[in-house]
Design a binder for this molecule. Structure first.
Ligand SMILES: Cc1cc2nc3c(=O)[nH]c(=O)nc-3n(C[C@H](O)[C@H](O)[C@H](O)COP(=O)(O)OP(=O)(O)OC[C@H]3O[C@@H](n4cnc5c(N)ncnc54)[C@H](O)[C@@H]3O)c2cc1C
Length: 360
């Protein structure tokens, strides 16, 4: 099974008490640091979450060289409930269980109690993914500096295995491409669930159908070749110890967007859920979605009641416009509603049909 699409299975790797550290390209120093950190435990009166402690510091692989690991966290489901009870006081007595209260908060977009929880990740990701990720302004970020340090020869190459997923994802990619076409083919982080796929015929940014195997192999060969060459030039520009070349901050400009970078990323739970709503969604580009799905699994471990409410009301729920709601009411009364009589645009009509009649 494809690694990037099976975070649940991947997260399960250490449940049986195995060594837990997956085979991936970590430096000796990083491995030692993780082992040292995991060997230490400290007594605390603070709330901790056993399921998250289990994976603390451990890298969870994403894509071909990337990972996500939890470095620290604050709060749990109970912290959200506690904060909400402060604001509601006696009013919360009506909501008897923690689950009921969290569901209520999520349903009514009472968001500030979720800001009481924070989490800090160490993420290794390709630069083109980082560019999309960094648009989320409500996090604190500290990135690896290629001005001061030399970048490892690590670049992302899509996995040929993804090609086989065409059947599962092709339909969604085509729909999204059509939607964008209706918007005038606007420049976008186009949904592209299939990693190496043919250029969309309807949108110049999109990937629509998978390539035949021999063509896919050639594409992957080209990506590897050009990336290797860029790193060779980078090394040459840096020079050697005996004969140093140009500054690191300048040498790096020849590196491609699939080069891996790393950062620490800290965010509160409310804003993390917003990030996940946008980036664990089929409209998000496949590569950032692979990270978002791993993080969603981490959130399920950390705050299970909140994660369940989020999936129920936001991720897998839907928000209807006034006109769309009127259409649903008319349909429920047995009326035959067509696109022409609905008052919806073609795009809105298609979205409503998909929402009501297609299996997610
Ligand atoms: C599928 C997809 C396609 C995209 N395509 C493009 C594209 O083609 N081009 C492009 O440039 N971007 C694109 N984006 C990025 C997108 O426009 C947002 O910049 C990005 O998703 C961050 O969203 P956000 O601002 O809601 O999140 P955050 O920055 O995390 O902010 C969270 C929330 O905080 C509030 N907030 C934060 N900062 C401010 C502020 N300064 N002022 C007011 N409110 C604030 C807002 O309510 C915001 O929703 C795309 C994103 C997605 C998911």
């Amino acid at each position: 099974m494809c690694r990037a699409l099976a975070p649940a299975a991947r997260l399960g790797y250490d449940r049986g008490g195995g060594s837990g550290t997956p085979e991936m390209e970590l430096t000796q120093d990083q491995r030692r640091e993780i082992e040292d950190l995991r060997a230490q435990t400290r007594p605390t009166r603070r709330a901790t979450v056993a399921a998250l402690e289990e994976i603390l510091y451990r890298p969870i692989p994403v894509l071909d060289h990337g990972f996500v690991r939890v470095i620290d966290y604050m709060g749990d489901d109970a912290a959200i409930v506690q904060a909400a009870r402060v604001s509601y006081g006696k009013g919360t007595k009506q909501v008897s269980t923690d689950r009921g209260l969290i569901n209520y908060l999520m349903r009514h977009r009472h968001t500030s109690p979720f800001e009481m929880c924070e989490i800090k990740f160490h993420v290794k990701l390709p630069i083109f993914v980082a560019r999309q990720w960094i648009r989320h302004r409500t996090a604190n970020v500290n990135e690896y500096s290629a001005r001061y340090s030399i970048l490892d020869r690590e670049f992302y190459v899509p996995d040929e295995e993804f090609l086989r997923l065409q059947k599962e994802f092709g339909r969604r990619a085509r729909q999204a491409a059509q939607q964008l076409d209706l918007l005038g083919g606007e420049d976008s982080e186009q949904p592209a669930p299939v990693a190496t796929a043919a250029q969309s015929r309807t949108n110049k940014q999109g990937r629509e159908e998978v390539l035949p195997p021999e063509e896919a192999a050639r594409v992957l060969r080209d990506i590897r070749k050009i990336s290797q060459h860029a790193f060779t030039v980078y090394d040459r520009l840096l020079g050697e110890e005996a004969r140093p070349g140009i500054a690191r901050e300048l040498a790096r400009i020849v590196l491609p967007l699939n080069t891996y970078t790393q950062w620490y990323w800290k965010i509160d739970l409310h804003n993390l859920l917003h990030f996940l709503e946008l980036r664990a969604d089929p409209h998000a580009q496949f590569e950032i979605r692979a990270y978002a799905e791993v993080i969603l699994d981490i959130v399920r471990r950390w705050v299970p009641l909140t994660a369940a409410a989020f999936e129920e009301y936001r991720m897998r729920g839907a928000c209807l416009s006034r006109t769309a709601l009127a259409v649903v009411r008319r349909m429920l009364r047995g009326e035959q509603v067509t696109r022409e009589t609905s008052g919806l645009s073609a795009g809105e009509w298609r979205e409503l049909q998909a929402l009501l009649f297609e299996e997610p």
